[in-house]
Design a protein around this ligand. Structure first.
Ligand SMILES: C[C@H](O)[C@@H](O)[C@@H](O)[C@H](O)C(=O)O
Length: 433
């Protein structure tokens, strides 16, 4: 393989979801879903696609950050990059000038995610495999070579990572067979947005159960009395056996979270998600101790593998919600899956955004086949927004994600959708009142 990467294109694509869906939560009253959409092309005309999910105006800043990574990518040999994706990821994250903007956090880290994911998409397409399968067929040694252990060794050594992967190796084929047959369990956030009326919430909750979901999620944190009412309506609608997770999107301080959750406890919420600042590790630990048996979940705004390491070391979470575009792509997520396995904490990926369902399914499925080896207490989030814009949208059956078979990572947007939603010149935006 002598090809080179010849271009890296960045598009600012935005969907006016706040007007269409009212998909609001306590911290995002106008969530226009946006994607900083990345396409890398090789001299042989192969392509790889990645994206960073942002909300509305945030996409402007995000797109500029991805463009700043261009010199690290264009002109590089494809063979060299694919031979050692771990080394390439360390270059993206460790660039001696851009790391000043992080290091390894925020907009510049999400830019690295979009580029890393585009490279994995390219790798999957060249191999003719979906990325979950590409990863699941790599040797334990190859997988361990993806991980940057520099700041992880006190919690996870390369030897321990190898042991986890070698321990899971014998069952890989059987689990792949089961995955292809049944898919991976999902939960749905579709009924639970704050902007929905009680009637809509009840109708969508019932529909979710009829569609085979065994868990739904409700947004909370804006109005304590409304939360109690909505949770009891949802509980009545789904019955005692379907799990109801609740998500505060960082609305509370630590003591406030504990107080707010007390009257909700009799309604048996399964987990409380993002109860407080995503950076507050000790705060999450204190909330977890106070609200058990309600589980504490977080991760969609967790900046990097070092923060996840500390959340795990501090015993601060029961559920780890990795995100495809927040940390530095598939490569860093492999490290996070290994950390979670080391601590025995289930991974339930965050997917409430554009393109996240399409990407995170690969990570959860790889985890099942080759890392944790189980789907017990593991569910991938599903939200029914915007899948029609993707060339290979997710498929759900009976509350399960079916394993994707299309080569790559799934982040490719349909060219017509990009043209229509490009900001600000796309017709969808020009025609809005
Ligand atoms: C603005 C977004 O829709 C968020 O509300 C969403 O990502 C959410 O936190 C989730 O857990 O799905």
């Amino acid at each position: 393989m002598t090809e080179q990467i010849v271009s890296l294109d960045v598009s600012d694509v935005r969907f006016p979801t706040s007007r269409e869906l009212d998909g609001s939560d306590a911290m995002n009253p106008e969530p226009d879903y946006s994607a900083t959409y990345v396409t890398i092309r090789t001299s042989d005309s192969a392509q790889g696609h990645g994206l960073a999910f942002t909300v509305g105006r945030g996409n402007e800043v995000q797109a500029a950050a991805v463009a700043a990574l261009r010199p690290l990518v264009v002109g590089r040999s494809v063979a060299e990059l694919l031979a050692d994706p771990g080394a390439f990821n360390r270059e993206l994250v460790g660039d001696s000038q851009l790391r000043w903007l992080g290091p390894a956090k925020g907009v510049i880290h999400m830019a690295a995610a979009a580029v890393d994911n585009a490279l994995w998409d390219l790798a999957g397409r060249l191999a003719g495999k979906p990325v979950w399968r590409l990863l699941a067929e790599m040797s334990p040694e190859q997988l361990v070579s993806l991980v940057d252990f520099r700041y992880l060794r006190d919690a996870l050594t390369p030897e321990e990572a190898l042991d986890i992967l070698r321990g899971a190796a014998p069952g890989r084929e059987e689990r792949t067979r089961r995955l292809l047959e049944r898919g991976f369990p999902a939960y749905t956030t579709t009924p639970g947005w704050l902007g929905y009326t009680d009637e809509k919430l009840v109708r969508l909750a019932r529909e979710a159960v009829a569609d085979g979901f065994r868990q739904i999620k409700l947004k909370v944190g804006a109005d304590a009395e409304a939360d109690r009412r909505r949770l009891s309506l949802a509980r009545e609608a789904v019955g005692p056996d379907v799990r109801i997770a609740i998500d505060a999107n960082q609305a509370w301080g630590v003591a406030e979270a504990i107080d707010w959750l007390r009257p909700l406890a009799p309604l048996d919420p399964y987990w409380i998600e993002e109860p407080t600042s995503p950076d507050d590790i000790m705060g999450h630990a204190a909330i977890r101790r106070a609200v058990a048996p309600i589980r504490v979940a977080t991760g969609e705004h967790c900046q990097n593998q070092v923060m996840f390491k500390q959340l795990l070391q501090a015993g601060a979470i029961d559920v780890l919600q990795l995100d495809a575009s927040r940390v530095a792509g598939v490569t860093e997520n492999v490290a996070i899956l290994l950390l979670a396995a080391r601590f025995g904490v289930p991974v339930c990926p965050h997917a409430g955004g554009v393109g996240l369902c399409e990407m995170v399914q690969h990570l959860a499925m790889f985890d099942y086949v080759a890392v944790s080896g189980t789907t017990e207490n593991r569910v991938i989030e599903y939200v029914d927004h915007l899948h029609e814009h993707f060339t290979a949208p997710v498929t759900l059956r009976d509350g399960h994600y079916l394993a994707p078979l299309t080569p790559g990572l799934g982040a490719e947007l349909r060219p017509e959708s990009v043209a229509a939603h490009r900001y600000p010149e796309g017709p969808v935006w020009r025609e809005l009142p």
